[in-house]
Write a protein that binds this ligand. Structure first.
Ligand code: MV4
Length: 448
């Protein structure tokens, strides 16, 4: 097992990794930017190294600075958390060539999954249902029109290097396609330095459902059920839950069997998430793989009892899944996560500043993952996540009731947060019915 791990991240996920290391008896090294000098991840790690100025490009994203910190402190491995360098195949490669274990999949697998089109091809070959669409990238307007005519309108153009909805265009009829293809290519070229675009059948009112994977380095794969992540605004998830109200035990069992085969076939290792869209008929179509631990992993931890971050570390150290998961994976109860962001609840504008008063809720079935403390400062440089409220109940109804009472007891003063928005969503009969899709937030906000 590793003796010392460097955590190449900040905020709540850096603390989450520190918790796992403490429980495994592993020493930790925090890295921090000048804006994070007084952060809790710096305080709770055994050692801490300042790696640069506030801007991420010069600190948390700066590969030479992170590697230098790892070499100075003599760590065995690096945990990248989520965001920042977590899905950077070059960084994973530099770690390995520097004699450091990267806690994640192998660089070539990260690279394949980073290209949505390559991931789509690999997963189709490995037996997963994909959204009908182009076999490769769209080479020309003529090629796009030909493919779209075959699959039928509406279609969606997607950047193969894409993320966060950038480089995406919905095309309702042939006349719009050439113009929208040029727009998507220009946007993708600007945002990702890769203009490649592919085309898929557009699925109306999809649900976003993702499966949690753990895979060891000996060819063993386990699936830890699914998460429902349809409550999103502008491609930012707000609320996630497990299990999905729309996935039956039979569907879960079928997807588990298929995913075990597929992930083994693509050589996937460590933790990962396979995202699907569910259409109105309840069919699932693969869209992408997230080759990292995700923000919403706690809902899966609460319904399976499995510590995903500890599992990541043990897998990276070479342990077989049979030693990590000593009982068959089962799903019990229901968990809901509310992302508490530092933002104006009406305009959604980021709300940086000092937290002058704080009360974190607790009690039965309540977990709060946060880096916040009284008098801490939310810097304007990074994402606005300040806390995750994760509530567990015997069923969805109890998880909702518990979340509502925990939101009542969650006090953050000095900055605006999304707490009132979560209260309104969880009180909404439409949310409570469980019949939710990715259009929910737009409808909800229009209702008010
Ligand atoms: C789609 C889609 C409809 N049809 N693909 C948005 C971001 C990326 N992860 C995939 N996305 C979508 N892909 C097809 N073929 C609709 C979306 C989509 C969406 C997906 C998940 C969660 C929220 C969303 C909001 C708008 C559009």
């Amino acid at each position: 097992m590793f003796k010392k791990i460097l955590i190449a991240n900040r905020g709540e996920i850096a603390l989450r990794v520190i918790c796992a290391c403490k429980e495994l008896g592993i020493k930790t090294v925090a890295v921090y930017s000048e804006a994070d000098r007084h952060s809790l991840h710096v305080r709770f790690a055994d050692e801490a190294v300042c790696i640069g100025p506030a801007k991420s490009a010069r600190s948390y994203l700066d590969i030479p600075s992170v590697i230098s910190a790892a070499e100075i402190t003599n760590v065995d491995a690096i945990h990248p958390g989520y965001g920042f360098l977590s899905e950077n195949a070059n960084f994973a490669e530099v770690c390995e060539t520097s004699g450091l274990t990267f806690i994640g999949p192998k660089p070539d697998v990260i690279r394949t999954m980073g290209s949505k089109q390559l991931a789509r091809e690999a997963m189709a070959k490995a037996g997963l249902p994909i959204v009908p669409g182009s076999a490769g990238i769209v080479e020309s307007p003529e090629h796009g029109l030909e493919t779209a005519a075959k699959i039928g309108y509406p279609v969606i153009l997607k950047a193969t290097a894409g993320g966060g909805g950038r480089g995406m265009r919905v095309v309702n009829e042939a006349s719009e396609l050439p113009g929208m293809l040029a727009q998507a290519q220009a946007e993708a070229g600007g945002a990702f330095a890769c203009p490649d675009v592919y085309v898929e059948k557009y699925i109306r009112k999809p649900r976003h459902i993702e499966f949690q994977v753990l895979a060891d380095q000996h060819g063993n794969v386990e699936i830890l059920g699914e998460r429902e992540c349809s409550i999103q605004r502008r491609h930012q998830k707000l609320i996630e839950e497990s299990p999905s109200p729309r996935v039956s035990p039979e569907l879960r069992q079928e997807m588990t069997a298929r995913l075990k085969v597929a992930m083994k076939e693509v050589g996937y290792t460590n933790a990962g998430t396979v995202e699907f869209l569910m259409d109105e008929d309840g069919s699932l179509y693969f869209i992408e793989v997230n080759a990292r631990v995700q923000v919403e992993h706690p809902v899966t931890e609460l319904v399976t009892g499995i510590d995903i971050v500890k599992a990541q570390i043990r897998i990276a150290a070479g342990e077989p899944l049979s030693a990590i998961l000593t009982e068959p994976v089962t799903i019990r109860g229901h968990a809901i996560e509310c992302r508490i962001n530092a933002e104006n609840p009406d305009t959604f504008a980021p709300s940086a500043g000092r937290i002058t008063g704080l009360n974190l809720p607790g009690g039965i079935g309540v977990r709060v993952d946060t880096w916040a403390y009284t008098d801490c400062v939310v810097p304007p440089y990074y994402d606005s996540l300040v806390a995750k409220l994760i509530c567990f109940g015997k069923d969805r109804s109890e998880a909702i009731t518990r979340s509502l009472r925990a939101l009542d007891m969650f006090i953050v003063e000095g900055i605006h947060t999304s707490i009132p928005l979560h209260h309104r969503i969880l009180s909404d009969p439409e949310f409570q019915s469980g019949d939710i899709d990715t259009g929910y937030i737009a409808r909800f906000l229009a209702k008010k």
